[in-house]
Design a protein around this ligand. Sequence first.
Ligand SMILES: NC(=O)C1=CN([C@@H]2O[C@H](COP(=O)(O)OP(=O)(O)OC[C@H]3O[C@@H](n4cnc5c(N)ncnc54)[C@H](O)[C@@H]3O)[C@@H](O)[C@H]2O)C=CC1
Ligand SMILES: O=C(O)C(=O)[C@H](O)COP(=O)(O)O
Length: 383
Amino acid sequence: MLIVADENIPLLDSFFGDIGEVRRVSGRSMAAGEVRDADILLVRSVTRVNRELLEGSRVRFVGTTTIGTDHVDLDWLEQKDIRFAAAPGCNANSVAEYVLSVLSLYAEKRGLADWSQLSVGIVGVGNVGGELARKLERLDFDVRLCDPPRADLGDEGQEFVSLEEAMKCDVVTLHTPLTRESGHPTFHMIGEPELDCLGANQLLINAGRGEVIDSSALLARLGQGDAPTVVLDVWEQEPRIHPELVDHVWLATPHIAGYSLEGKVQGTEMIYQALSQFLGLPVRKKAGQFLPEPALSKISFTSSAVEEDAIRIALRACYDPRRDDIRLRNAMSGSVEERGATFDRLRRDYPVRRECSSLKIQLKGTSKSLQDSFRAIGFKLKI
Ligand SMILES: NC(=O)C1=CN([C@@H]2O[C@H](COP(=O)(O)OP(=O)(O)OC[C@H]3O[C@@H](n4cnc5c(N)ncnc54)[C@H](O)[C@@H]3O)[C@@H](O)[C@H]2O)C=CC1
Ligand SMILES: O=C(O)C(=O)[C@H](O)COP(=O)(O)O
C-alpha cells in the first residue's frame, strides 16, 4: 500500500511505517502525478485536495492532520466515495495558549496590572474558542461568546452575543473556520464596517483563517490615527502575504498558533486512528509515547512572587509570540516568491514549542489565587 504524505507531517514513519510504504512530497506543490499511484493521501492545510489533484488516482482515503478543512473539496470526495478524516481539536489548546500569551503582552502594553480587567469577545466558539473561553472564565475575565450557528441551534445554557456586541470588547479574537456558502459565511466577515467599529483601545486577533478579514480594508483602517491594535497569525494569500500588512500590525506570526509539538503530534495520531479504523487495523500507538522530555521541565516561585509577574514568566517561558514576530519581520525582504518561500520555511523549520502542561510549576507558600490561575492556564502544579 502506498501512502503519499506531506513531508511536514511529524512522525510519519513512527505512525504509518508499518501500514504501508510512505512517500514524502512537498505539501505546497503536491501535483496529480505524485499521487496517481497512491492508496492513501495524508496532507496538512497547504495542499488543495480536489478533483484536479485526485481524478484518476487510486486514492481511497484522505486524511488532513489539521483542524481546518477549507483546503479540501469535501463534496467531491463524498461523490467519489473517498473516505475523509480531519483532526478536530488536535491543536486547539496550542491556539488558546497563543492567545493567552498575546493577552499577557497586550495587558503589559496597556499598563494593566491585572490582565483579567480586559473583556474578551470570542468569535467562533468551537474547539479552539471553547477551550480559550474555559481558560479565560476560570481566570475571571469578562468573556463574550459570538457563534451564530450555535446560537441558531439554541444551545442550552450558553449565552451568545451578536458580532456587533462581541466587537465592543477590549479584545476581539477570531476562531471561525473559513466558509463561503454556509448560513453564516465567514469569508471577509470582518470588513470596512466592522473595522470602523474598533477603536484605538481595542485589540483584534485573527488565529482562524486569513480570509475571514478583508485585508485591503484592514490595511486602510490601520493607516488611520485611531486604528485598533492588530495581531495576525493567519493571512490572506499565504504564503505570499502582504509585507505592508506585516509592517502595520503589532504582532505578525507565520500561521503557527497551532504549532505546539503536542498539537502537531496529536494531529498525526488522530489521522493514524482514523486510517487504522478504515483499514480494520488495531490502534497500537499513542501520541504520548513519541513526545520527548521538554527542554524546560520546572519553574519555581516563592511566596514573594507577584501574581501577574509569575504568570507572565511561566507563560512566556513556554511560548512568547514576539520570537515568531521577529523571525517573520526579518523575512519580509526580497521578491514575492522569495518571501513566500521564506514564510513556508519558517513554518517547516519551526522550533520545538511545548504546551504549558509540559511545565511543572513549583510553588512555595504562594497564594491560592496564584495556584488557581496556573491551573486554569493548564500548567501542572507541584506544591
Ligand atoms: N492559526 C492556526 O494555527 C489554527 C487555525 N485554526 C482555524 O481555526 C478554525 C476553528 O477551529 P475549531 O474551533 O477547532 O473549529 P470548530 O469547528 O470546532 O469551531 C468553529 C466554530 O465557529 C463557529 N462559526 C462558524 N461560522 C461562524 C460565524 N460566521 N461567526 C461566528 N462563529 C462561527 C461554528 O459554529 C463553530 O462553533 C479552524 O477551522 C481553522 O481554520 C485551527 C487550528 C490552528
Ligand atoms: O489545524 C489547522 O487548521 C491549522 O491551521 C494548522 O495549524 C495549520 O498547519 P499546516 O497544516 O499549515 O502545517
